[in-house]
Design a protein around this ligand. Structure first.
Ligand code: MG
Length: 261
């Protein structure tokens, strides 16, 4: 996509960086995370922000493939189109409106809630339980927020499969709460900081698998950790200074770099 649809931001390709248990990027600038967030300074972090798709569960689950198919089916049914025409329209809306959702609501008056509910009616069996993540999140001090371009219901279903209690999180900031303006729209981050309840954005860390979502966060002073996936839309474009650290997954970063256990 470039795009930022809940579903459409899940895909991916080679980001072209090394993947280790936890790979801190070389310090390229003064705000490098090595100086801002380590085992000693992590206690100063007051809010932890987590993207959902491909960040809290492995990219290989490929939930997007199912959601993408559901989008096509929804369009075919609602607009009474043959599957191939529906598919073409889906991709055209994505191109013209940045998200399929935006295109459907703007051009066809489709109800956003109905669309989101339909496309997230998928099989979550591929999402594995992750007791290590559950334990780390439960013990992590400070506010914890899920910040997703998908719906809270989708997030809850994923967390149920991960066996991470929903109560691990203080707040779910989803696409509906963001008035259907997805990350990386600036307004989303203003809302996020309100929910973080911090005086200083530098007391916040955000994890996401899409560099574009972290760029806006970084501009606001939030420390950024890229979850490194073979994401088609996660390719670095050259200016990577807004990526403070790279990790294979959330738990490896919390345990490896920050020393939580
Ligand atoms: Mg994601």
């Amino acid at each position: 996509m470039p795009p930022n649809d809940s579903a459409e931001t899940m895909g991916g390709v080679d980001v072209g960086v090394g993947v280790g248990a936890c790979v801190a990027r070389p310090a390229r600038h003064a705000s490098s995370i090595e100086g801002r967030l380590n085992a000693e300074t992590a206690s100063g972090i007051k809010a932890w922000v987590f993207d959902l798709d491909n960040t809290l569960y492995p990219h290989h689950c490929n939930l997007f493939e199912q959601i993408d198919r559901r989008m096509g089916g929804f369009i075919a049914d609602k607009l009474r189109l043959p599957p191939d025409d529906a598919r073409s329209l889906q991709k055209g809306l994505l191109r013209d409106y940045a998200t399929t959702l935006q295109g459907l609501t703007s051009r066809y008056g489709i109800d956003a809630h109905e669309f989101l509910s339909f496309v997230h009616d998928i099989d979550y069996a591929c999402v594995p339980a992750n007791p290590q993540l559950a334990g780390l999140l439960a013990d992590l001090p400070g506010r914890k927020i899920v910040f997703t371009n998908a719906t809270t219901r989708h997030a809850e279903r994923v967390l149920d499969r991960l066996q991470v209690p929903r109560e691990c999180f203080d707040h779910f900031l989803d696409i509906a709460a963001m008035e259907f303006r997805p990350k990386p729209h600036r307004a989303c981050y203003d809302a996020l900081l309100t929910h973080c309840r911090v005086a200083n954005p530098r007391e916040v860390v955000m994890f996401d698998d899409l560099p574009s979502n972290l760029k806006t966060a970084h501009e606001l002073g939030i420390a950024t950790v890229l979850i490194d996936t073979p994401s088609r839309y996660g390719r670095f474009v050259g200016d990577e200074r807004y990526i403070d650290a790279v990790a294979e997954n959330v738990e490896s970063f919390l345990e490896g770099a920050l020393g939580f256990s």
